[in-house]
Design a protein around this ligand. Structure first.
Ligand code: NAD
Length: 335
């Protein structure tokens, strides 16, 4: 069993912990939190050992009646791999801690790519993480783009990608985020950081991205144009995309016309927390005009990187190849 510690137990960390616990070949060594709150209580209810991330706040846990297992360094020492799911920038600060314990670490997309030896997407470059000590799972948007672009590149070749990312203002739990009533070019300059981030996965890809932020919390929406090197018909491309395990091709029959019904669908399917681990791509939007491919896809920012973190653990541990790992992760989660 691969012992996985999770440092940072918020939106991403708690989901990664549950996903790790569901795997047949992994166990949660423990989770680390800075302060007691409802998530700390839930971590204990799930049976996870809870470690304290900040020494001067360690006393707050017993004061709140929450049992702890020790400082985060004990967790790092006791783990085969640590998933760092702390806020952007904190992962880079934690890097030396993981190195001091000689424990390989996985960082999230909020960190600069330079934090890690390799940026990771299971579908696109699983093997690149073999033997790496520091691996960064790319952001939710870059994950969504990489999953779509990998098969298009393999099947048809890509000349140029143009993507407009309409991004949620914040996650549902982020009461301090916005905009509340505006539509923001974000950033105003072009390209947004997403294109260069995709280049950490596909270094030679020609890609321009534009970013916007809107008053929504549910999901991101991508409007995509890819000029391919060949000119397949739309039905052919749809079949290729339907064959991707982490792309959910939405059929017209579902009557899902936006991210609201999509999240409702996830809840009706019994998905934990209403999570959508896959890219949600509208089959009807798949259009070919000569060599130009178009589509809309929605990305659930809180959960699409979760299976990628699980695969990154296996890639580092060297216990499986990409296909085996993706299949095991998908099976355990119910993708
Ligand atoms: P979050 O704020 O929901 O959770 C982070 C958790 O880490 C919080 O519980 C916080 O208290 C804790 N923390 C803060 N300092 C810490 C420290 N020094 N040690 C241990 N824990 C600490 O953030 P999140 O949304 O889960 O994001 C985590 C990372 O994942 C970021 O890099 C982010 O960019 C990336 N990410 C977030 C999303 C998203 O939409 N939420 C999607 C993809 C990637």
């Amino acid at each position: 069993m691969i012992r996985v510690g999770i440092n940072g137990y918020g939106t991403i960390g708690k989901r990664v912990a549950d996903a790790v616990a569901a795997q047949p070949d992994m166990t949660v060594a423990g989770v680390a939190k800075t302060s007691p709150n409802f998530e700390a209580t839930q971590a204990r209810k799930r049976g996870f050992d809870l470690y304290t991330a900040v020494e001067d706040r360690a006393d707050q846990f017993p004061a709140a009646g929450i049992e702890t297992a020790g400082p985060v360094d004990d967790l790092i020492a006791d783990s085969d791999v640590v998933v760092d799911a702390t806020p952007s920038g904190v992962g880079a600060e934690n890097r030396s801690r993981y190195a001091a314990h000689d424990t390989p670490a996985i960082y999230q997309g909020g960190e600069d790519a330079s934090v890690a030896d390799v940026s990771f997407n299971a579908r696109a470059n699983f093997e690149a993480a073999a033997d790496a000590d520091h691996v960064r799972v790319v952001s939710c948007n870059t994950t969504g783009l990489s999953r779509l672009l990998a098969p298009l590149r393999e099947q048809y070749g890509i000349e140029k990608v143009r993507a407009t990312l309409v991004r949620r203002g914040g996650d549902p739990g982020q009461t301090d985020r916005g905009p509340i009533n505006d539509i923001l070019p974000d950033p105003i300059t072009i390209p947004s950081h997403h294109g260069p981030d995709v280049n950490t996965i596909f270094p030679d890809l020609d890609i321009d991205t534009l970013g916007m932020k809107v008053p929504a919390t549910l999901m991101h929406m991508h409007s995509i144009n890819v000029t391919l090197e060949r000119d397949p018909d739309a039905a052919d491309v749809r079949d290729v995309l339907a064959g991707q395990s982490r792309i959910m091709l939405l059929g017209e029959d579902l009557g899902i016309d936006g991210t609201g019904p999509l999240k409702e669908y996830a809840q009706d399917m019994g998905r934990p927390r209403g999570d959508l681990w896959e890219n949600c791509l509208w089959g009807e939007s798949v259009t070919m005009d000569g060599r130009d491919f178009y589509c809309f896809q929605a990305i659930h920012q809180e959960s699409d990187v979760v299976p990628e973190n699980v695969d990154a653990v296996r890639a580092i541990a060297g216990d499986a190849d990409a296909a085996e790992s993706i299949a095991t992760t998908n099976d355990a989660l119910g993708i």
